[in-house]
Design a protein around this ligand. Structure first.
Ligand code: SF4
Length: 251
């Protein structure tokens, strides 16, 4: 982000500014970004410093640093937390990197690395880094694993809508999601009760209905899984809802 972009943001400050980084250790950076020159990591930190210096002009803005965890950076959690604190960020969030379509093993964490991450989270949780973080939630998500629908049903089409800057409406941030409508064409209240979402809800009432949806979307390590779990804790005792719960998840 250059000076002009930062100045533009200051003019209309957002409530929350989330910066998603793909930081790795300096040693692993060339392996991960073989086509990039090694200076890019430094440049990224320079930009982050510049933003941090301008932070006092964003009085109402919450700064969040987001880091997907993969096999080239999973040992960097502590250093990122320290650095985020130094830069004055308000929160750091981590999420396990989804396996990449077509090349699932490319850089996603291996089973052993996931175990290492879980152990490290247990230790890091004890330390006060002076910055808010999502380590508790991360541990929970790591334990649920990538096959979220085997453990927790998805309730998002009943509880969550996402309106993109082009007006399209969907129900979660999965890029492969079916579009439910467009607020440039129809009011949101119509889209939220229209046929596409009704059809989806009917499909998801039954666990078998998930099969059609899983094939077209990648839900691994869904960031909404803990929200779904909370809803699930409430509704799991309702008899009709058991239809949509996989046997393994009927606690
Ligand atoms: S990613 Fe999958 S599980 Fe998560 S909210 Fe979207 S559809 Fe539901």
């Amino acid at each position: 982000m250059d000076e002009a972009q930062i100045a533009g943001l200051i003019k209309s400050p957002p409530q929350e500014l989330q910066i998603s980084t793909w930081i790795s250790s300096p040693q692993d950076w060339p392996t991960l970004y073989s086509r990039e020159d090694g200076c890019r990591l430094e440049k990224m930190w320079d930009n982050m410093n510049r933003l941090s210096l301008a932070k006092k002009k964003f009085a109402q803005t919450r700064f969040i640093l987001h880091q997907p965890l993969h096999r080239f950076n999973y040992r960097e959690m502590a250093s990122l937390l320290k650095r985020a604190h130094k830069l004055g960020f308000d929160r750091v969030t981590f999420s396990p990197l989804k396996p990449l379509p077509g090349n699932p093993e490319a850089i996603a964490l291996t089973t052993n690395q996931k175990r290492t991450v879980e152990k490290e989270i247990m230790q890091l949780k004890q330390i006060d880094f002076g910055v808010d973080h999502n380590l508790n939630d991360l541990l929970h998500r790591m334990r649920i694993g990538p096959d979220v629908w085997q453990t927790v049903p998805c309730y998002m089409p009943w509880s969550h809508a996402r309106i993109r800057s082009n007006g399209s409406v969907t129900f979660c941030n999965n890029p492969n999601h079916l579009m439910l409508g467009d607020i440039n064409q129809q009011p949101f209240s119509v889209i939220w009760n229209d046929r596409p979402i009704q059809k989806l809800r009917k499909q998801l009432i039954h666990h078998d209905g998930y099969k059609h949806i899983i094939e077209s979307m990648d839900c691994a390590y869904c960031c909404h899984v803990l929200h779904n779990l909370c809803v699930h804790q409430v509704v799991r005792r309702l008899s009709w809802i058991k239809l949509m719960i996989p046997t393994s998840a009927r606690l």
